[in-house]
Design a protein around this ligand. Sequence first.
Ligand SMILES: NC(=O)c1ccc[n+]([C@@H]2O[C@H](COP(=O)([O-])OP(=O)(O)OC[C@H]3O[C@@H](n4cnc5c(N)ncnc54)[C@H](OP(=O)(O)O)[C@@H]3O)[C@@H](O)[C@H]2O)c1
Length: 161
Amino acid sequence: MKAIVAVDLNWGIGYKGNLLKRISPDMKRFKEITINKVVVMGRKTFESLPKKEPLKDRVNIVLSKSGSINHEKVIVCRSLNQLFNELLKYNTDNVFLMGGESVYELLLPYCTEAYVTKIKNTYTADKYFVNLDENDSWKLIDKSDLQIYDDVEFYYTKYAK
Ligand SMILES: NC(=O)c1ccc[n+]([C@@H]2O[C@H](COP(=O)([O-])OP(=O)(O)OC[C@H]3O[C@@H](n4cnc5c(N)ncnc54)[C@H](OP(=O)(O)O)[C@@H]3O)[C@@H](O)[C@H]2O)c1
């Protein structure tokens, strides 16, 4: 399993149920990386998707203990056990963990790689990702040139465990 996330300089990822910043080339890249693959997310992240619709051309798996999600294209897992059973159907390299905070925290121990878009800014945040730079299990293995879009500077980075 691989994590995919956009963080600010404090490793913040969200505020009041939303992303800190929408960067359209990063969204496009997210789509390119995850297209035709499996995405795993928490119920709150699912509900933050445009029109609360699953992502197109991907297998959408949502973790929720009790939420009522009735969409024919969403696979709802009520526990980690159920999730792991479901994931047996897929090649682990094709499974992307896409948030939010609680689900990243829960499943990062099962990830081998993390695609981290690092935004060179700080925002007010109430949700965070683990600081991989301060975690001995993780190593930065790739970093793009500086990207600039709409006055926002950011890097695409990749970490491996
Ligand atoms: N920057 C990024 O790349 C990025 C990516 C994704 C999300 N985000 C941000 O992250 C924030 C959302 O994060 P969050 O932590 O509040 O919510 P979340 O992780 O998206 O969803 C939390 C929900 O997941 C379900 N869940 C968690 N653990 C579970 C388990 N063991 N078994 C079954 N269900 C489980 C529960 O749903 P029920 O309550 O239904 O039981 C829980 O309330 C938002 O601000 C969002 O914009 C940022």
